[in-house]
Design a protein. Structure first.
Length: 214
Protein backbone atom coordinates (compact mmCIF):
# COMPACT_ATOMS: atom_id res chain seq x y z
CA UNK A 1 0.00 0.00 0.00
CA UNK A 2 2.78 2.40 0.90
CA UNK A 3 4.63 1.65 -2.31
CA UNK A 4 1.57 2.74 -4.31
CA UNK A 5 1.56 6.22 -2.73
CA UNK A 6 3.60 9.24 -3.78
CA UNK A 7 5.71 9.08 -0.62
CA UNK A 8 9.44 9.52 -1.16
CA UNK A 9 10.45 7.12 1.57
CA UNK A 10 9.11 4.82 4.22
CA UNK A 11 10.93 3.37 7.18
CA UNK A 12 10.40 0.03 8.73
CA UNK A 13 11.02 0.17 12.45
CA UNK A 14 12.92 -2.62 14.15
CA UNK A 15 13.84 -0.56 17.22
CA UNK A 16 10.33 0.06 18.51
CA UNK A 17 6.98 -1.34 17.44
CA UNK A 18 6.44 -5.07 17.10
CA UNK A 19 7.77 -5.84 13.67
CA UNK A 20 10.27 -8.67 13.55
CA UNK A 21 13.43 -9.20 11.56
CA UNK A 22 11.67 -12.13 9.79
CA UNK A 23 8.93 -9.78 8.50
CA UNK A 24 11.49 -7.41 7.07
CA UNK A 25 12.20 -9.32 3.87
CA UNK A 26 8.64 -9.44 2.42
CA UNK A 27 8.08 -5.82 3.45
CA UNK A 28 11.18 -4.74 1.58
CA UNK A 29 10.27 -6.95 -1.39
CA UNK A 30 6.93 -5.15 -1.59
CA UNK A 31 8.66 -1.77 -1.70
CA UNK A 32 11.74 -2.51 -3.82
CA UNK A 33 11.10 -1.58 -7.44
CA UNK A 34 8.65 1.19 -6.52
CA UNK A 35 9.52 4.89 -6.51
CA UNK A 36 9.59 4.82 -2.72
CA UNK A 37 12.92 4.47 -0.92
CA UNK A 38 12.66 1.84 1.81
CA UNK A 39 14.72 2.53 4.92
CA UNK A 40 15.03 0.45 8.05
CA UNK A 41 15.48 1.77 11.55
CA UNK A 42 17.69 -0.93 12.98
CA UNK A 43 17.34 -2.14 16.55
CA UNK A 44 20.71 -0.74 17.61
CA UNK A 45 24.01 0.59 16.32
CA UNK A 46 25.47 -2.82 15.70
CA UNK A 47 27.00 -4.21 12.50
CA UNK A 48 24.91 -7.38 12.43
CA UNK A 49 21.58 -5.51 12.56
CA UNK A 50 22.75 -2.96 9.99
CA UNK A 51 24.19 -5.56 7.60
CA UNK A 52 21.07 -7.70 7.89
CA UNK A 53 18.77 -4.81 6.90
CA UNK A 54 20.95 -3.82 3.95
CA UNK A 55 21.36 -7.43 2.80
CA UNK A 56 17.56 -7.78 2.88
CA UNK A 57 17.12 -4.87 0.46
CA UNK A 58 16.93 -1.66 2.51
CA UNK A 59 18.20 1.36 0.58
CA UNK A 60 19.51 2.77 3.83
CA UNK A 61 19.42 2.51 7.58
CA UNK A 62 18.39 4.83 10.38
CA UNK A 63 20.68 4.16 13.33
CA UNK A 64 19.22 5.07 16.73
CA UNK A 65 20.93 6.95 19.58
CA UNK A 66 24.14 8.16 17.95
CA UNK A 67 25.88 10.32 20.56
CA UNK A 68 29.48 10.74 19.43
CA UNK A 69 31.82 10.68 16.44
CA UNK A 70 32.81 7.18 17.56
CA UNK A 71 29.17 6.04 17.36
CA UNK A 72 28.87 7.68 13.92
CA UNK A 73 32.04 5.94 12.66
CA UNK A 74 30.68 2.61 13.90
CA UNK A 75 27.40 3.15 12.03
CA UNK A 76 29.16 4.19 8.82
CA UNK A 77 31.63 1.29 8.98
CA UNK A 78 28.71 -1.15 9.18
CA UNK A 79 27.12 0.42 6.05
CA UNK A 80 30.19 0.54 3.78
CA UNK A 81 32.25 -2.26 2.33
CA UNK A 82 36.06 -2.06 2.63
CA UNK A 83 38.06 0.10 2.22
CA UNK A 84 35.58 2.74 3.54
CA UNK A 85 34.09 0.43 6.15
CA UNK A 86 33.94 -3.16 7.23
CA UNK A 87 30.51 -4.35 6.09
CA UNK A 88 30.50 -8.07 5.39
CA UNK A 89 29.54 -9.21 1.87
CA UNK A 90 26.45 -11.32 1.19
CA UNK A 91 24.78 -11.64 -2.18
CA UNK A 92 21.74 -13.82 -1.56
CA UNK A 93 19.02 -11.29 -2.18
CA UNK A 94 20.73 -7.95 -2.58
CA UNK A 95 22.47 -9.03 -5.79
CA UNK A 96 19.08 -9.09 -7.57
CA UNK A 97 18.43 -5.45 -6.73
CA UNK A 98 19.35 -2.63 -9.11
CA UNK A 99 22.95 -1.85 -8.28
CA UNK A 100 23.47 -5.28 -6.77
CA UNK A 101 24.77 -6.24 -3.37
CA UNK A 102 27.32 -3.42 -3.43
CA UNK A 103 24.82 -0.66 -4.34
CA UNK A 104 25.28 2.64 -2.49
CA UNK A 105 23.11 2.89 0.63
CA UNK A 106 22.18 5.72 2.97
CA UNK A 107 23.53 5.98 6.49
CA UNK A 108 21.27 8.18 8.59
CA UNK A 109 22.19 8.62 12.24
CA UNK A 110 19.66 9.57 14.89
CA UNK A 111 20.36 12.47 17.19
CA UNK A 112 18.08 12.08 20.14
CA UNK A 113 19.99 13.05 23.27
CA UNK A 114 21.78 16.04 24.78
CA UNK A 115 25.07 14.21 24.25
CA UNK A 116 24.34 13.78 20.55
CA UNK A 117 23.54 17.49 20.21
CA UNK A 118 26.75 18.42 22.07
CA UNK A 119 28.82 16.38 19.58
CA UNK A 120 26.80 17.24 16.47
CA UNK A 121 29.63 18.99 14.58
CA UNK A 122 31.94 15.95 14.91
CA UNK A 123 29.10 13.58 14.07
CA UNK A 124 28.12 15.32 10.82
CA UNK A 125 31.79 15.73 9.87
CA UNK A 126 32.19 11.92 9.94
CA UNK A 127 32.78 10.80 6.34
CA UNK A 128 29.94 8.57 5.17
CA UNK A 129 27.19 10.10 7.32
CA UNK A 130 24.53 11.00 4.73
CA UNK A 131 22.05 12.58 7.09
CA UNK A 132 20.74 13.06 10.57
CA UNK A 133 17.36 11.95 11.82
CA UNK A 134 16.21 13.90 14.87
CA UNK A 135 14.24 12.00 17.50
CA UNK A 136 12.27 14.74 19.27
CA UNK A 137 10.78 12.48 21.97
CA UNK A 138 13.98 10.89 23.23
CA UNK A 139 15.75 14.22 22.94
CA UNK A 140 13.07 15.78 25.16
CA UNK A 141 13.42 12.96 27.71
CA UNK A 142 17.19 13.47 27.85
CA UNK A 143 16.49 17.13 28.69
CA UNK A 144 14.05 16.32 31.48
CA UNK A 145 11.00 17.17 29.33
CA UNK A 146 7.88 15.27 28.30
CA UNK A 147 8.58 12.81 25.45
CA UNK A 148 6.50 14.48 22.74
CA UNK A 149 7.09 14.10 19.03
CA UNK A 150 6.68 17.86 18.51
CA UNK A 151 9.29 20.58 18.92
CA UNK A 152 9.00 22.17 22.37
CA UNK A 153 9.81 25.86 22.78
CA UNK A 154 12.98 26.75 24.68
CA UNK A 155 15.99 24.46 25.15
CA UNK A 156 14.47 21.63 23.09
CA UNK A 157 13.71 23.84 20.10
CA UNK A 158 17.13 25.47 20.40
CA UNK A 159 18.85 22.07 20.39
CA UNK A 160 16.94 21.04 17.27
CA UNK A 161 17.83 24.32 15.53
CA UNK A 162 21.48 23.72 16.45
CA UNK A 163 21.38 20.25 14.87
CA UNK A 164 19.72 21.65 11.76
CA UNK A 165 22.34 24.41 11.44
CA UNK A 166 25.24 21.95 11.81
CA UNK A 167 23.72 19.64 9.21
CA UNK A 168 23.17 22.53 6.79
CA UNK A 169 26.78 23.69 7.25
CA UNK A 170 28.07 20.15 6.67
CA UNK A 171 25.78 19.60 3.68
CA UNK A 172 23.96 16.60 5.12
CA UNK A 173 20.20 16.19 5.16
CA UNK A 174 18.23 16.70 8.39
CA UNK A 175 15.18 14.53 8.85
CA UNK A 176 12.63 14.64 11.63
CA UNK A 177 9.48 12.96 12.80
CA UNK A 178 6.39 14.79 14.01
CA UNK A 179 3.72 17.21 12.89
CA UNK A 180 4.70 17.82 9.24
CA UNK A 181 3.42 21.33 8.74
CA UNK A 182 5.47 23.13 11.42
CA UNK A 183 8.46 20.94 10.54
CA UNK A 184 8.22 21.98 6.91
CA UNK A 185 7.98 25.66 7.90
CA UNK A 186 11.17 25.23 9.92
CA UNK A 187 12.98 24.13 6.79
CA UNK A 188 12.92 20.37 7.17
CA UNK A 189 12.70 18.65 3.79
CA UNK A 190 12.71 15.05 4.99
CA UNK A 191 9.77 14.54 7.29
CA UNK A 192 8.27 11.37 8.66
CA UNK A 193 4.51 11.92 8.57
CA UNK A 194 3.62 9.42 11.26
CA UNK A 195 3.41 5.74 12.01
CA UNK A 196 0.98 3.03 10.96
CA UNK A 197 -0.47 2.56 14.44
CA UNK A 198 -0.96 6.30 14.86
CA UNK A 199 -2.81 6.49 11.53
CA UNK A 200 -4.99 3.57 12.58
CA UNK A 201 -5.71 5.15 15.96
CA UNK A 202 -6.58 8.56 14.50
CA UNK A 203 -8.55 7.10 11.59
CA UNK A 204 -10.63 5.02 13.99
CA UNK A 205 -11.16 7.95 16.36
CA UNK A 206 -12.32 10.11 13.40
CA UNK A 207 -14.69 7.43 12.11
CA UNK A 208 -16.14 6.88 15.57
CA UNK A 209 -16.57 10.57 16.26
CA UNK A 210 -18.55 10.94 13.03
CA UNK A 211 -20.93 8.32 14.34
CA UNK A 212 -21.13 9.38 17.95
CA UNK A 213 -20.52 13.10 17.49
CA UNK A 214 -17.83 13.05 20.23
C1 LIG B 1 12.09 9.89 18.97
O1 LIG B 1 11.36 10.88 18.88
O2 LIG B 1 12.84 9.65 19.93
C2 LIG B 1 12.11 8.92 17.89
O3 LIG B 1 12.88 8.00 17.92
C3 LIG B 1 11.14 9.11 16.79
O4 LIG B 1 10.84 7.93 16.17
MG1 LIG C 1 13.85 7.69 19.73
Amino acid sequence: MLAATSLDFAWIDLQHGHNSAAQLLPQLQAMNGSSLTPLVRVRANDPVSIGHALDAGAEGVIVPSVESALDARRAVAACRFPPEGDRSYADFRAKYMPGGAMRPVLCLVMIESRRGVADIDEIVATPGVDGVFIGPADLALSMGLEPRSSIQPGAHGDAIAEVQASCDAAGVVTAITGDPEPMHRLGFRMISLGADLGFLEHGLADALSKLTGE
